[in-house]
Write a protein that binds this ligand. Structure first.
Ligand code: CP
Length: 307
C-alpha cells in the first residue's frame, strides 16, 4: 500500500493497521534523512502549512514545524493568545481567514473535543489533529508505537502498561487504539478515580497496583497528572499520588527484568517520575522526541499525497 485511507489525520481510531504500517515505513526513511548532514528534502515544496495552536505546546508544535521545514513546506504559525480569538472571533472564521491566504494543510491543537473533526467538515485543507481536549493525540501515539517497535522489533504480543491520569489523557486513548491495532496487550494503571468507567470496553486490562503493573509489562508509558483539566480533587494530594504511583530509578532497578520507560512530556519531575528514573538508561523519552519529527514528516507527506 502506498496511500493512506484518509485525507485527514483526526485520530488513530479511523486509521487501518496498513495506514499505521505505511506511516512507520515512511518515517523510518525520513529518520535516515534527518540524520544526514543535509536534513532537508523537497517533498512538500510549494505546500503551505498553518500550525494553529489554541492550547500550549512545546514538543508537538516545534516537532511539526521542524518536520514541515525539513520537507521544504512554507510554514505559518498561529497562537490563540495574542490573536483575534481574544476579541471573540470563532474557530471557523479564524481558520477560513487563514485559508483565504491559500493554506493547503492545517495542524491544529484545541481544548475542545472534536474541534478538528468539525473543521474537516467545513474546509478543504488537510487537517492534522495535534491534540483535541481529552480525546485524541494521534501523532503522539504514532511516535510512541514507532519508538517501541524500534526498540523491541515488533508490537505484536508486547505488554504495554499506561500509568497515571488516564481519565484526562488524549495520549492514553490514542495509544490504546494504536497498540491494539498493532497486536500489543494493553493495561492501564492508576488510582480508580483517574480510570474512566468505559475503559475495559476498549479491550484493556485494569490494574490498581503499580508494583503488579510493572511486574507485568515490557513497556511503561507514564503519563502526567493533568491538574489543569481537573475541576475537582481526584486524589488527596500530589505527595500521596507519588507515594503510590511515582516511579523512581530504584523501582526500576529492583524489577526482575528490564522494561522500557516512556513519557509523552511534559514531565512533572518528582511526581509521576523521579529525575533519576526519567534520565536513566531505562528511559527512551528523548528517542520519542527525535522520532516525533520523522513520524510527523511521514504523516504530512502521506496526507499531501492522499489528495
Ligand atoms: N507530548 C506533548 O503533546 O507535548 P506538548 O504539550 O509540549 O506538545
Amino acid at each position: 500500500m502506498t496511500k493512506l485511507s484518509q485525507r485527514h489525520l483526526l485520530g488513530i481510531k479511523n486509521l487501518t493497521t496498513q495506514d499505521i504500517e505505511l506511516i512507520f515505513d515512511t518515517a523510518a526513511n525520513f529518520k535516515e534523512v534527518i540524520n544526514r548532514p543535509i536534513k532537508k528534502v523537497p517533498s512538500l515544496r510549494d505546500v503551505t502549512i498553518a500550525n494553529i495552536f489554541f492550547e500550549n505546546s512545546t514538543r508537538t508544535r516545534l516537532s511539526f514545524e521542524l518536520a514541515e521545514k525539513r520537507l521544504s513546506a512554507d510554514v505559518v504559525n498561529f497562537s490563540a493568545s495574542g490573536s483575534s480569538v481574544k476579541k471573540g472571533e470563532t474557530l471557523l472564521d479564524t481558520v477560513n481567514n487563514i485559508l483565504a491566504m491559500k493554506v493547503d494543510m492545517v495542524v491544529m491543537r484545541h481544548a475542545s473535543v472534536g474541534a478538528p473533526h468539525f473543521l474537516s467538515r467545513h474546509i478543504k485543507a488537510n487537517i492534522v489533529n495535534a491534540g483535541d481536549g481529552t480525546h485524541e493525540h494521534p501523532t503522539q501515539a504514532l511516535l510512541d508505537t514507532f519508538s517501541i517497535r524500534e526498540r523491541l522489533g515488533t508490537l505484536s504480543g508486547k505488554k504495554v502498561a499506561i500509568i497515571g491520569d488516564i481519565l484526562h489523557s488524549r495520549v492514553a486513548l490514542s495509544n490504546i487504539f494504536a497498540l491494539r491495532k498493532l497486536g500489543a496487550e494493553v493495561l492501564v494503571c492508576g488510582p480508580p478515580t483517574l480510570l474512566p468507567k468505559y475503559i475495559t470496553s476498549l479491550g484493556v486490562k485494569v490494574e490498581l497496583s503499580l508494583e503488579k503493573a510493572l511486574a507485568w509489562c515490557d513497556v511503561a508509558n507514564v503519563l502526567r497528572i493533568q491538574l489543569e483539566r481537573q475541576q475537582i480533587k481526584y486524589f488527596p494530594s500530589l505527595r500521596e499520588y507519588t507515594l503510590y504511583y511515582g516511579i523512581t530509578k530504584k523501582t526500576l532497578d529492583n524489577l526482575k527484568k528490564k522494561i522500557i520507560v516512556m513519557h509523552p512530556g511534559p514531565i512533572n519531575r518528582g511526581v509521576e517520575l523521579s529525575s533519576d528514573a526519567a534520565d536513566s538508561h531505562h528511559s527512551i523519552i528523548l528517542d520519542q522526541v527525535e522520532n516525533g519529527v520523522a513520524v510527523r514528516m511521514a504523516v504530512l507527506y502521506l496526507l499531501a499525497a492522499a489528495n
